[in-house]
Design a binder for this molecule. Structure first.
Ligand code: AMP
Length: 284
């Protein structure tokens, strides 16, 4: 696998593939790769001739008191994992390459980005939408792969690519979980043994809510209350939200009459965990 660190080299390699009519998949990441990221690489190698992973810990999507400095960085191991997943190219730019002196433009997707995680992290999705727009325009892939684990991010990127007429198909990949249900995340390594046990309540609460909502036995408002209580009772310190939303617009729902998503974010010590689950409307 080749590694490139600037846009000229990226475009030169991708241009060579394009000249041979090979299709290209892009997998944007922040590194510290795990099986969730590798599922995106796999989805890309299955449907594209060539796959490009990017690793960039994007300062613009971290808030002032967040974990930018301590975010895990392990490029050598990531390279080994990408090679074994048969990725063709790693794009690993520095912050100067992505944000040169004088950089002044941001991409915002208001309504979708203001809610859910956007309330606790007001600058986060602007940073994500800006860096993903740049990565898409730098690489110009046919497809780009994102995890359903970050469901709000996925919907924002789909909307942004559509609105800006970026010629790429955004592909969502199902969440990869540990055997006990916890969604894989680079931040799970912050959890000690006790917190790791408590963390399972997140997946459980979402699954319970999704099942009850699909059976038609309950309302979103009821499940919202129950979900928050279940997480606090299990030992989470704070719940940012437990919401039932339209699966595409993320508008909060008062009844489940179309495909929906139950999404939650909660704090365990210094670690903030998110997860989500599909909710099928009850069959009539
Ligand atoms: P990150 O490195 O956290 O920015 O994530 C890079 C990409 O991997 C994003 O599209 C995430 O949604 C995706 N991803 C992270 N964890 C998982 C997971 N457990 N299952 C599927 N995709 C994931």
């Amino acid at each position: 696998m080749d590694i490139v660190r600037n846009i000229t080299d990226l475009r030169s390699v991708v241009g060579g593939w394009r000249a041979k009519s090979e299709s290209v998949g892009l997998i944007p990441t922040m590194g510290a790769l795990h099986d969730g990221h590798l599922a995106l690489v796999h989805a890309s190698t299955q449907s594209c001739n060539r796959s490009v992973a990017s690793i960039f810990v994007n300062p613009a999507q971290f808030g002032l008191n967040e974990d930018l400095d301590s975010y895990p960085r392990r490029e050598a191991r990531d390279v080994e994992l990408l090679e074994s997943a048969r990725c063709d190219l790693l794009f690993a730019p520095t912050a100067d390459v992505m944000y040169p002196d004088g950089f002044a433009t941001t991409v915002q997707v208001p309504r979708l980005a203001d809610r859910l995680c956007g309330k606790a992290r007001p600058h986060h999705f602007g940073g994500v939408a800006t860096v993903v727009t740049k990565l898409l325009l730098q690489c110009l892939p046919d497809r780009a792969f994102f995890g359903e684990k970050d469901y709000q991010q996925l919907q924002i990127i789909m909307r942004m690519a559509r609105d800006l007429d970026i010629p790429v198909k955004i592909v969502g990949v199902p969440t990869v979980r540990d055997a006990d249900g916890l969604a894989l995340s680079s931040r799970n390594q912050y959890l000690d043994e006790n917190a790791r046990g408590v963390s399972l309540a997140l997946n459980q609460a979402l699954r319970d809510a999704a099942e009850r909502l699909s059976s038609g036995r309950t309302s979103p408002e009821e499940e919202r209350r129950r979900g928050i209580m279940a997480l606090l009772d299990a030992g989470f310190d704070k719940v940012d939200y437990f919401e039932i939303c339209d699966a595409e617009t993320l508008d909060p729902l008062t009844s489940v009459i179309r495909p929906a998503r139950v999404l939650a974010a909660a704090h365990l010590g210094k670690t903030r965990l998110i997860d989500n689950m599909a909710v099928d409307p009850p069959s009539i």
